[in-house]
Design a protein. Structure first.
Length: 255
C-alpha cells in the first residue's frame, strides 16, 4: 500500500505546482503586474542610425543589426536611431536619449516614439498600450510628457492601488516623478512640430503603415486644416473673392 500512497502524493504535489503556475500566468496575462503579457519585450535590434554614429548599447558603440538584451541601456548623443523589438513593435530614439530594454520601454532621458505592442515606463508610471503610436519624453530632472498619436494608453502609477488614467489619440499629459498633470489635446501646431521633428524626419524605415500618419491627422485635428501625406496639418486659407469688373456704360444703351 505504501507505494500507492507515495504515488498519489507525488501526483497531488505536481497538480498543486501546476495550479500555482497557471495562476501566475493568468495574473500576468490580465495585467495584475501592470505590464500586459503581450507587450513584454526582452530584445531590441538597431535598424537605422542617423546623423553620425553616436549610438551606444551600454558602453559599446552600436551599429545596425546590433542587439540590446533585457536590462541593457541604449543611449544616443548627437545621433538618432530606429529599433525593432522582438515582439514586432518598433521605436525611434531621439538625440541625447537613454532607453532601457525591459518589460517596458523605460526612458530615463530624451525622447522615444513607440509603435505597436510595447508598453512604456516613465517617471514612476507604466504606460499600457492598445494598438498605439505614442511618444514619451523626459529631461534630466524627470519633467516629461506622454503623447498619444493613435490608439490609447493606460497610464498607471507603479505604486500599488493606483487608479489608471486613459489617454486617447490626440491627447497628452505632463509627467513629473510620481505626479501626473492634466490631460490636454495635442494642437495642430504641436502635431506639425512632432511630425517634422527628429522622431519622424529623415528615417528610411517606416514606423507606421503607408497613409497612417495622414489618417491620424485627419482624425485628431479640427476642421479648417488639411493633412499632407506625411500627416502634417496646415490651415486652410480661403481663396480671396474674385473682384467683379465693372462694365462701362454706353450712352443710349439699356445696360
Amino acid at each position: 500500500m505504501m507505494p500507492l500512497n507515495l504515488t498519489f502524493s507525488h501526483h497531488r504535489y505536481q497538480k498543486t505546482i501546476l495550479s500555482l503556475l497557471y495562476g501566475l500566468f493568468f495574473a500576468v496575462g490580465f495585467g495584475l503586474f501592470n505590464i500586459p503579457a503581450f507587450a513584454q519585450i526582452d530584445l531590441a535590434t538597431v535598424q537605422e542610425i542617423l546623423d553620425g554614429e553616436e549610438v551606444f548599447i551600454e558602453e559599446q558603440q552600436a551599429k545596425v543589426e546590433d542587439r540590446a538584451d533585457l536590462g541593457q541601456l541604449i543611449r544616443t548623443q548627437e545621433s538618432r536611431a530606429s529599433i525593432e523589438f522582438n515582439n514586432g513593435a518598433a521605436g525611434r530614439i531621439g538625440t541625447n536619449s537613454q532607453v532601457t530594454v525591459g518589460q517596458c520601454v523605460d526612458i530615463q532621458q530624451g525622447q522615444v516614439v513607440v509603435s505597436g505592442p510595447a508598453n512604456g515606463c516613465i517617471g514612476g508610471f507604466s504606460v499600457g498600450v492598445k494598438g498605439t503610436l505614442y511618444i514619451m519624453e523626459t529631461d534630466e530632472d524627470g519633467t516629461g510628457n506622454i503623447k498619444v498619436l493613435e490608439g490609447e494608453v493606460e497610464v498607471t502609477s507603479q505604486e500599488t492601488g493606483a487608479v489608471p488614467i486613459i489617454l486617447r489619440e490626440g491627447q497628452k499629459i505632463g509627467v513629473l516623478p510620481g505626479v501626473l498633470g492634466q490631460i490636454q489635446d495635442i494642437t495642430p501646431e504641436e502635431l506639425a512640430l512632432i511630425l517634422t521633428g527628429e522622431l519622424f524626419s529623415g528615417f528610411n524605415i517606416p514606423i507606421t503603415p503607408e497613409g497612417a500618419l495622414q489618417s491620424i491627422c485627419q482624425r485628431i485635428v479640427p476642421s479648417g486644416f488639411s493633412c499632407a501625406a506625411n500627416g502634417v496639418p496646415t490651415p486652410n486659407v480661403p481663396s480671396p473673392p474674385v473682384p467683379s469688373i465693372p462694365r462701362p456704360s454706353i450712352p443710349g444703351s439699356p445696360f
